[in-house]
Design a protein around this ligand. Structure first.
Ligand SMILES: Cc1ncc(COP(=O)(O)O)c(C=O)c1O
Length: 406
């Protein structure tokens, strides 16, 4: 009898233990799904995809700059990060924002981007600021510019809000790659929008994609601004009057490859284009605008419909005006440049803010710009420092240029 009672008690204890184990494992799994769904709810408005829980986990656990890369020596090169953002346009509308980790995408062999260059892109940066927050510099300007590029080559533009959401998610998923404040680097953001639908006769596609990739880049001027010698390209044109020079379309850059590589091979890091019609007016460098400070201290930059409206140039002009300087947008003759009208000259763009130009080579003549003993003129240096301080949250954002990443 005792034996029977003992066996019964043992069986009872085992079954109780099993039940207890089941309760604890089910409660722990429900708590982890609770965490995920809770985060999903927070981000529902921004991200509707199967990867939204991944986003939430990354977001809650990520510390800015935690990838521990060699921040000062990253250069400006492609580098894979954790994920990118993709939005597809089908049936006449832009769809939801998705995130992807594999950087390869399938594309139809008849895609208009491949055959007819129906593609445009943007370049902007996010910074880890002094107060610990990550902010994007003038993203709404890029949203407006990509919409203009889209219109020029018959692609459907995105709303400013959708563009900014896509950029925000691409950055927030890759916070670990944002160079920490003090390193001087930034997270470079490259949105690319292109025709994916097949066409054989020349006409716009009916399907498109926008991808937003991000990658960390270093401070180009670790040891201070370094001037370069530019060469004027006089055998090729960048953009025709009434062409696509004012749009950031892929084909403009393919057209520049040959002259640009030739200039580099000849020892000139940057190449300056003149207007295609008369070959007498300055237009812009391959991937940056031209700006100059004249002998009266005015900020002068070329006026032409074939130039891409640089957001850095716009910012520098606004800061120059804020400093009380005269700002002129006017046709600039290459002869003015060669004859010493300007005391300071620079190329400007997102990648480096400004590149001082201290010599210009044109038809076998070299013009020396400014004082040959100083690496950069005082006005350019002041404007450069102000842009950098604003970007890194060291100067108050009184123009409202920075958008916080959340
Ligand atoms: C042709 C061209 N001009 C100028 C710029 C500079 O524009 P942003 O200051 O907006 O980078 C770029 C780079 O985007 C460019 O590709």
């Amino acid at each position: 009898m005792n034996m029977i009672v003992t066996i019964f008690v043992i069986i009872f204890i085992i079954s109780e233990l099993k039940a207890l184990k089941q309760i604890s494992s089910s409660s722990s799994s429900s708590s982890s799904s609770y965490i995920k769904s809770n985060n999903n709810n927070n981000n529902n408005n921004k991200l509707k995809s199967s990867s939204s829980s991944l986003y939430a986990i990354l977001k809650t656990n990520t510390v800015v700059g935690s990838k521990n890369l060699d921040w000062p020596n990253l250069g400006f090169e492609y580098r894979q990060t954790d994920s990118f953002v993709k939005i597809d346009y089908k049936n006449g509308q832009w769809g939801d924002i998705h995130t992807r980790t594999n950087p390869y995408i399938d594309i139809h062999i008849g895609a208009t981007a491949l055959h007819y260059g129906q593609a445009c892109f943007e370049g902007l940066k996010a910074f880890h600021c002094k107060d610990g927050k990550v902010r994007i510099f003038r993203g709404k300007e890029n949203a407006a510019r990509i919409a203009r590029s889209c219109e020029r080559i018959c692609m459907p533009p995105l709303s400013e809000q959708k563009f900014m959401n896509a950029v925000n998610i691409a950055v927030s998923q890759n916070l670990a790659y944002v160079p920490p404040y003090g390193s001087g680097g930034a997270l470079y953001i490259r949105p690319v929008l292109f025709g994916t639908g097949p066409r054989i006769g020349l006409q716009p596609a009916d399907e498109y994609s926008l991808v937003v990739m991000v990658l960390p880049v270093a401070d180009y001027y670790k040891g201070g601004l370094k001037p370069v010698t530019a060469v004027v390209i006089d055998e090729y044109d960048r953009a025709a009057p009434r062409g696509v020079g004012a749009a950031k379309v892929a084909g403009n850059y393919a057209a520049d490859l040959l002259p640009n590589m030739g200039a580099k091979k000849a020892g000139y890091p940057i190449a300056l284009y003149l207007d295609a019609k008369t070959n007498t007016y300055v237009e812009e460098f391959s991937t940056s605008n031209f700006l100059a400070i004249d002998k009266n201290g005015a900020y002068v930059t070329p006026k032409s419909d074939a130039i891409l409206a640089s957001i850095t140039n716009k910012s520098l002009m606004e800061l120059a005006a804020d400093e009380g300087m005269k700002v002129e947008m006017r046709p600039i003759k290459i002869d003015e440049v060669m004859n010493g009208v300007f005391g300071e000259i620079a190329a400007c763009g997102t990648a480096v803010v400004v590149t001082p130009v201290n010599k210009i080579m044109y038809k076998n003549t070299v013009a020396v710009i400014g004082d040959k003993n100083t690496s950069v003129g005082p006005t350019l240096k002041k404007l450069y420092n102000r842009v950098r301080s604003l970007q890194q949250g060291e100067e108050e954002d009184k123009f409202g240029w920075m958008t916080e990443v959340n």
